[in-house]
Design a binder for this molecule. Structure first.
Ligand code: AKB
Length: 315
């Protein structure tokens, strides 16, 4: 019987992944944890517990008392927030991963999931159809922590057989949580502004392309990777993953088809330099080859779905 621990469950990805994992494993087998007690109130699908991932002793106690067999370690400081407090971001992102990997090794856990990001790429990376293997050299603390984390994941798999799996997510867009300090989060915020009838000020240039993905696709990819047979998961750092690429002007135009009075202006800030260091588009052929990845949503389909659900969604 699996016992699944989700760390950072109330964040952007966890808010939707928790529900999916409870459906797969049964609510009694899933424990959603977060540092913020209030943020856990939304989960009635599974068990919940307040947990600070930096409190190694508390994580260990919970893993033992609940006989945890799988961990989804989602807690992280994202790119834009990370630049405001680099040392804190490094400590949180790295120390927490290392203690989870150690614990997985000691407790001989079944599987670990840890998200990586397109932030592992940097200004010297090929920008278009960025390959799985290429120059990286990230220049944000978030990207540096994700790149180092990927190396540690592969190390723990190779040296100790820890079955750790990972995806390099593009910008994730969902309507079930608010923007969380990422550079790609303008593409979450813009829908909220459109629905509220407000003017949207983009912190990226109108032609700034980034790889993006709608949350249902991200959940599908995560579950598919975690359910793939061990031998099909051939990349143990992290898989490139892709669905669509667009710029602020294009997402604005897709929303304007539904909200003709919606207005946008552009005031690039420090996040523009972060976006400029990341790829425009990603080659994810290894994920498609190794475990059958296929995305469902393009920009038009995503916009229609978000605008259908967001106006009545209760936070
Ligand atoms: C961010 O913008 O920091 C994240 C990411 C691309 O990993 N959404």
């Amino acid at each position: 019987m699996e016992s699944v621990l989700i760390i950072g469950a109330a964040g952007q990805l966890g808010s939707e992944l928790t529900q999916a994992l409870a459906e797969i494993h049964g609510g009694e087998q899933v424990i959603a944890t977060d540092i913020n007690p209030k943020s856990l109130e939304k989960f009635d699908c599974c068990k919940t517990k307040v947990l600070d991932v930096m409190d190694d002793a508390a994580v260990r106690r919970l893993v033992k008392s609940e006989s945890v067999t799988q961990i989804y370690h989602l807690a992280a400081v994202l790119s834009a927030t990370g630049e405001k407090n680099p040392l804190f971001a490094w400590r949180l992102n790295m120390d927490s991963l290392l203690s989870i990997l150690e614990l997985a090794k000691e407790e001989k856990m079944d599987k670990i999931y840890w998200p990586s990001s397109i932030a592992v790429f940097g200004p010297n990376t090929p920008k278009v159809q960025t390959p799985q293997y290429c120059v990286k050299e990230p220049n944000t603390v978030y990207g540096i922590s994700k790149q180092a984390g990927e190396r540690w994941c592969e190390y723990y798999f190779e040296k100790y057989g820890v079955d750790v799996r990972s995806l390099r997510y593009p910008g994730l867009i969902g309507y079930k949580s608010l923007p969380g300090g990422g550079t790609t989060d303008y593409a979450v915020d813009i829908y909220h502004k459109a629905i509220a009838g407000e003017h949207f000020v983009s912190f990226l240039r109108e032609d700034s392309y980034l790889p993006m993905m709608y949350m249902p696709d991200a959940i599908k990819a995560t579950i598919q990777l975690m359910q793939a047979p061990r031998e099909s998961v051939k990349i143990r750092s992290s898989y490139n993953l892709s669905a669509m690429s667009f710029c602020p002007r294009e997402i604005y135009e897709s929303i304007k088809l539904h909200y003709p009075d919606f207005k946008i202006s552009y005031e690039p800030d420090f996040r523009q330099a972060i976006a400029d260091s990341w790829p425009d588009s990603i080659d994810d052929s290894r994920a498609r080859q190794d475990w059958g990845w296929q995305h469902d949503f393009d920009l038009a389909k995503m916009t229609a779905d978000i605008l259908k659900h967001l106006p009545t969604y209760k936070f």
